[in-house]
Design a protein around this ligand. Sequence first.
Ligand SMILES: Cc1ncc(COP(=O)(O)O)c(C=O)c1O
Length: 420
Amino acid sequence: MTPDWFTQDFPHIWLPYTQMKTCAPPLAVTQTHGTRIVLEDGRELIDGIASWWTACHGYNHPHIRAAVASQLELMPHVMFGGLAHKPALTLAARLAKILPGDLDHVFFSDSGSVAVEVALKMATQYWLNQSVRNRHTFVAFKGGYHGDTIAAMSVSDPDEGMHALFAGLLPEHHIIDLPRDDASTAAFDTFIAQHADELAGIIIEPLVQGAGGMLFHDTAVLRRVREAADRHNLLLIADEIFTGFGRTGTMFACEAAGIVPDIITLSKALTGGTMALAATVARKKVFEAFWSDKAEHALMHGPTFMANPLACAAANASLDLFDLEPRLAQVKVIAEALENGLAPCRDFKGVKDVRVKGAIGVVEMKKIEDLNTLKKRFVDAGVWVRPFNNIVYLTPALTISEGDLAQLTGAIVQVLEKTP
Ligand SMILES: Cc1ncc(COP(=O)(O)O)c(C=O)c1O
């Protein structure tokens, strides 16, 4: 039964990517724990996607809750202009320590899209501060997704579902093919060589393009992009908002390729999925372009809630868990279970591809005729799985039990077997 609070108040809410006139009402949720979502009507769903890839330790982890609760007593928030606090400074130092290379300078913000905005602005201002005024466009990749704010949209694939409406109306950057093979590498190299003088940098989601379709590429692609950036003196931005914190099998996806980007963006699992927080982290050479006696060379950005102490406390506690518990080993086990559990889907008529990278399992369908019915079938099977476009995927908490994971893959097999 739909509760009164839902019926009365729902008309005032505006949902993401949702046609409010025709949408099925969302499920009323009252609680989360571990890898479970508890609905108002008492049903419990096993969460297959960890709240948009954030809740890497599962929900309500006691260590993160305790850290947030004790920070709440001291100081839930304070402005970060002219003031600084231990949770933020500790977190910045810890991120600098675990990130590859000399990615040592951390700028906090409050969402992934804003972290990308900051990265793009940082890269543009990097050139301006050196009196180079013509380098302000970016190369980004087809299939890419970097967020929903205007600049982030402008470096995302313009044909991708969430942004197609705005194609042609956004600031213009160059969205080209990833250098995957000989032909696309030659085209990529030629393109970069021809446009190098006007480019500020290149932005890429390393190893996995998430919201654009859970598309994978290998480490050689990343190395090619890094080499091209080096050859032409371009800044390389790695958007690890999805891939960061173990999701692909290493703490950061760039590590698998042995490359160090000039700027990296982090969010989602940064706080273990408990709070809104993001970071844009720069290498020494980027930071040094802002280090000056001129006030106008300062990075021109400053979100009101940047470095929120509660969120920083949650992130520090999340990093503790990566230190204390074997997350990367768990990713290996999950990868194997996803491979085995999703394998039967390869034989289904409607399935185009099944692929796994780290704790990401994907079943790409030829076409999904009716997304809403499919979503409902998953709920009826007791799992929270949210297909989009033609993609059915799992990105569970890295702490998920063998049994829960088996139920997730089992539900996907069972539902897709009956999906034409
Ligand atoms: C790679 C990547 N970049 C940026 C974003 C945007 O993050 P947010 O939704 O927190 O603004 C996302 C969100 O899915 C993402 O996957």
